[in-house]
Ligand binder design. Structure first.
Ligand SMILES: [Zn+2]
Ligand SMILES: [Zn+2]
Length: 200
């Protein structure tokens, strides 16, 4: 990367002018020197609003560092790691918990053509317009892919009791732990029959 830190030409614009301190991080592609540049990320980002499911609060600022490497024809490779904390809901016990997310960023950015669609080798690239890359939108879009996984508050989360709904991480409800899923009974029956045949 760069040996000496250089002043970074960043264009910061309020997300909702006059309303809050959330900023968006923009980089003008013509300001990226041929040898590339590093950008430090530290900004508050709005809650994630996935197409399916609840709004996910973002706890504290997103932080990290991204390196921008100019390639040909306005294409820029953006690489680095951005971390932030999300308030997620455990898929097993339904409790809310804070999850530290480390996003590995390695994306190509390309100017959107007039039709608005990137094609060929660049079809999966992150499009930008007016010569300006919106870094916030770039890594926020990657955050949504994290949400597609089933989150767990801890790898050994005990989940909810299927009988009374108690959270087994916090209380022992006293329900019969040997009570089995009725779906196993069919297999038990088959097992008995097979064993019976062996004996006969
Ligand atoms: Zn859980
Ligand atoms: Zn129970």
């Amino acid at each position: 990367m760069l040996d000496k830190p250089k002043p970074i030409p960043l264009y910061l614009a309020p997300l909702r002018p006059g309303k809050d301190k959330q900023k968006k991080m923009f980089v003008r592609v013509s300001d990226i020197p041929p040898e590339g540049m590093d950008v430090e990320i530290e900004e508050l980002i709005p809650p994630l609003d996935p197409a399916i499911g609840e709004v996910i609060p973002v706890v504290g600022p997103a932080t990290g560092a991204l390196s921008l490497e100019p390639l040909s024809k306005g294409v820029v490779r953006v690489k680095g790691v951005v971390s932030c904390a999300l308030m997620l809901c455990c898929s097993r016990c339904l409790d809310s918990f804070i999850s530290e997310v480390e996003l590995e960023v390695n994306e190509l950015c390309a100017p959107l053509p007039k039709g608005g669609m990137l094609q060929g080798e660049l079809k999966d690239a992150f499009g930008y317009i007016h010569g300006v890359i919106d870094l916030t939108a770039l890594y926020t879009s990657l955050l949504y892919s994290v949400l597609e996984m089933k989150p767990l508050c801890s790898p050994d989360c005990k989940g909810l009791c299927p009988n009374c709904g108690a959270n087994r991480n916090r209380e022992s409800c006293g329900c019969d732990k040997s009570a089995r899923d009725p779906r196993w009974e069919v297999l038990e029956e088959i097992k008995k029959q097979l064993l019976g045949k062996d004996v006969a």
